[in-house]
Design a protein around this ligand. Structure first.
Ligand code: ATP
Length: 303
């Protein structure tokens, strides 16, 4: 179990993390979300032992995670970290990169393990390809496979699919997160993408102004977003009478007190996102049919 207690950290004199506390059980999947610059990557680096804390403690079971003041080599065997910049060996093949930390004493087992990992990150066809010739997204997949090669107890992932195209992203995400759950590997993921979170995370930590402002399940946060920041992570939303109302919670009806004039319409595949004027402010809702600019419609809030 990961136990983070009252940790604070500053770069020089600038505080980036203040009094952060949370825990993660073995096999649990935690997402860290927050605006750019809110400290997500810094929190992962601190969990990895890359920096010394100003205050607080981090424990994985009974082992304390300490920074460079206390360790000659950063990192621990039970923990892997995949940074936004991945540190691969460019001049050797994908399979050699993935197998780098696996023992050569059991060549057959090693070969099978590398084949399994290539399958998880969908790179079987690139096994013999030199890493320097791969695209950014393919390199990111090699880095992910290498991080899980020796089966860590906990893995820290910083924007794990940020370089991967939309065609591959969905299946890779399913495959990697399923693998981590099956192997009971605790997983802490910093992300901007709600698709990395919904359907996978057991809990979400929301970072804002150096602090954790929410720590709840995806269902709780999505259904009851306490702040516009949280709502904006999930979906387009509106403030109506000081209340957060998602765009999908508005429905066009014959008559109501919410009378709006359509300003823009955006095709979203299975529906249209409509932007309309409501008392001088923009309001967003979805419609199955396209609605022409300047049309007037009435909306109802559905809960
Ligand atoms: N090595 C560093 N030295 C000094 N300041 C840093 C360093 N790394 C990050 N910062 C600052 O710390 C703050 C948090 O940065 P961090 O990278 O942790 O945010 P983030 O939430 O991961 O952002 P993003 O979503 O854009 O990756 C930012 O203000 C950033 O400028």
């Amino acid at each position: 179990m990961l136990q983070v207690k009252n940790i604070s950290f500053s770069y020089n004199q600038t505080p980036v993390l203040k009094d952060i506390s949370f825990s993660a059980k073995q096999g649990e999947h935690i997402s860290i979300i927050g605006e750019s610059g809110s400290g997500k990557s810094t929190l992962l680096k601190v969990l990895y032992g890359e920096y010394d804390l100003n205050k607080g403690t981090i424990f994985w079971d009974d082992k304390e995670i300490l920074g460079p003041k206390f360790n000659l080599v950063i990192g621990y065997d039970f923990m892997k970290y995949v940074a936004q910049e991945f540190d691969l060996m460019p001049f050797v093949s994908v399979e050699e990169n993935i197998g780098k930390f696996l023992s050569n004493f059991f060549p057959e087992e090693k070969q099978l393990r590398v084949a399994e990992l290539l399958d998880v990150v969908e790179l079987t066809d690139f096994a013999k390809t030199k890493v320097k010739t791969l695209s950014g997204g393919q390199k990111q997949r090699v880095a992910l496979a290498r991080a899980i090669a020796k089966q860590p107890e906990i893995i820290l992932l910083d924007e794990p699919f940020s370089h991967i195209d939309n065609f591959k992203k969905q299946s890779l995400r399913r495959s990697l997160f399923k693998y981590l759950k099956e192997k009971n590997i605790t997983c802490i993921v910093a992300t901007h993408d709600k698709n990395d979170v919904l359907g996978y995370a057991d809990n979400i930590l929301v970072l804002n102004h150096s602090k954790i402002v929410a720590n709840s399940s995806p269902e709780q946060l999505f259904n009851n977003p306490k702040t516009p920041l949280i709502a904006s992570f999930f979906e387009e939303f509106n403030m109506i009478n000081h209340q957060i109302v998602y765009a999908h919670q508005l429905k066009v009806i014959e008559d109501s007190s919410i009378k709006v004039r359509v300003k823009n319409s955006y095709f979203k595949g299975h529906n249209y996102l409509i932007e309309a004027d409501f008392n001088g402010e923009s309001i967003f809702f979805y419609s199955k049919e396209n609605i022409s600019i300047d049309n007037k419609v009435c909306l109802q809030i559905i809960t």
